[in-house]
Design a protein around this ligand. Sequence first.
Ligand SMILES: [Zn+2]
Length: 76
Amino acid sequence: MVEEFLMAYLDRELGLWTRLRFKFHLLICSDCTNYLQEYKNTIALGNRLFNSPDEIAVNKVPDEILQAIINVVKTD
Ligand SMILES: [Zn+2]
């Protein structure tokens, strides 16, 4: 769920308000900003190393970002 959300965020597939709310959270939360950065790096690395996205190993999702995403999504 988190990965789908982040993927949609990075691909700009989220609704405008959902994206803005998440962006706003990133401004005030360095944990999520760091995780998103790590996630982007992992994907960039994965794209170079593997052909299949299934093989990309993403670090364990912190509860913090999970909670943030739930909050952003549920108010939509
Ligand atoms: Zn956060």
